[in-house]
Design a protein around this ligand. Structure first.
Ligand SMILES: CC(C)(COP(=O)(O)OP(=O)(O)OC[C@H]1O[C@@H](n2cnc3c(N)ncnc32)[C@H](O)[C@@H]1OP(=O)(O)O)[C@@H](O)C(=O)NCCC(=O)NCCS
Length: 377
């Protein structure tokens, strides 16, 4: 067999059944448990989506109160985990701190290996509740500020902004964050989710699976792209420089424009359509639409190429967060704050219908070589 005959990057390989999420890449559709992402983004809170992903149905009012209460109950970062964050050397990468703190959460759980249905739900809720606290504690500590305690009056998204800034966010910012969290909550067998499922399939614990997923999300070809997008926009700097900048960059071999292209979507990512609206709206609210307009212009140019490229979820989230006053280094951690629930849902699904994930590889080396003793090599 020659090298080209393997399923490189597992493209189009169907590796398992799932009931959680469906993407129809040709027409840009995305569903969580059958519900369109557009309906969920416009009509649901993140808490409703947490319930949907963990329980497989939208909550009624009582169930929503229950899950909201469970999330609030699970707030409060253990001192040991805050100490891990405090102990991170100056200049540590926020995703490295999040990965380490996510792992440390297992050490502060009295029953990290409880795989009863209640145990799995409790651990998932705990991680969903504590990821914002980890990200915000690290954010504040690296700015020389002390972490603040969660605000029991606020929902998940508003509380996250409160934890970051130490003051209650305005309604627009809170709603924008809520929508961003809903849009990023789940995306079938993407790289980080598949990583989580591979770890879960060994019947290792949920914390290990989520820690691995954070590591996978960090990469610039996955969740790290949103930070790359804003760096690109800042480097270009102004609308007049877009065309020459892109022309020069596309001459470079292997150049990748961050926030464009997708393994599954062959057209506009539906999440980018929603975030584009929020990028514009946030820019208008903040009195500067420059980053939105530049993004829009880049989108138009990329669509008009001989081989068109379309924006993915990371493209318009970057300008939205930037205009909300959030610094680039926490864009990928924000993605993790949202996606942790999707990872947990997949860990539960994997372990409920489990088979060890152990693919094969096409070996290209020799075999049965004569062994040479060390002195004769
Ligand atoms: C997401 C991504 C990794 C998908 O990669 P993939 O499915 O393996 O697609 P490929 O790398 O095979 O790319 C297919 C073609 O499109 C081009 N392409 C894809 N994304 C591109 C990008 N962002 N910039 C420039 N060219 C791109 C590739 O160069 C390749 O061209 P070729 O056929 O002439 O060689 C890729 O689109 C990418 O690197 N995007 C930028 C990072 C990003 O935004 N990631 C977030 C994803 S949500």
């Amino acid at each position: 067999m020659t090298e080209g005959m393997v399923a490189k990057g597992l493209q189009d390989v169907v590796v398992d059944d799932t009931w959680i999420c469906k993407i129809i890449g040709d027409v840009g559709k995305l569903y969580y448990y059958g519900y369109s992402i557009h309906d969920l983004a416009e009509k649901c809170s993140y808490e409703e989506v947490v319930f949907l992903l963990l329980k497989g149905k939208l909550p009624n009012k009582t169930e929503l109160e229950q899950v909201t209460g469970d999330l609030k109950q699970a707030r409060g970062l253990p001192k040991e985990v805050t100490d891990v964050i405090r102990g991170a050397p100056k200049g540590s990468i926020p995703m490295d701190v999040l990965r380490t703190a996510a792992s440390a959460l297992a050490l502060t759980d009295a029953k990290p290996n409880d795989d009863s249905p209640e145990g799995r739900y409790r651990k998932a809720i705990r991680m969903v509740a504590l990821f914002p606290e980890i990200v915000a504690a690290d954010y504040r500590l690296r700015r020389g500020e002390q972490p603040v305690a969660a605000n029991p009056k606020l929902n998940h998204a508003a509380n996250f902004l409160y934890l970051l800034h130490g003051k209650e966010p305005g309604a627009d910012a809170a709603r924008t964050m809520d929508v961003a969290l809903v849009l990023h909550a789940e995306h079938d067998f993407n790289a980080s989710t598949f990583t989580a499922r591979v770890i879960a399939a060994t019947m290792s614990d949920m914390y290990s699976a989520i820690t691995g997923a954070v590591g996978a999300l960090k990469g610039p070809l996955h969740g790290g792209a949103n930070e790359g997008v804003i760096k690109t926009l800042l480097e270009i700097g102004e609308p007049a420089k877009i065309k020459p900048w892109l022309t020069e960059k596309f001459k470079e071999k292997n150049f990748r424009l961050m926030g464009f292209g997708h393994r599954v979507y062959k057209t506009l990512d539906p999440r980018a359509i929603v975030l584009k609206k929020y990028s514009k709206k946030t820019g208008e609210e903040r009195g500067t639409t420059k980053w939105y307009e530049m993004s829009n212009e880049i989108e138009g140019m990329m669509k008009g190429r001989e081989k068109p490229l379309y924006p993915n979820v990371d493209f318009y989230s970057a300008s939205t967060y930037f205009m909300m006053g959030l610094p680039p280094e926490i864009y990928t951690p924000i993605f993790a704050v949202a996606r942790v629930v999707g990872w947990c849902a997949h860990v539960i699904e994997q372990q409920t219908h489990n088979r060890l994930i152990r693919p094969a590889a096409e070996y290209h080396g020799e075999i049965d070589k004569p062994f040479v003793e060390i002195g004769a090599r």
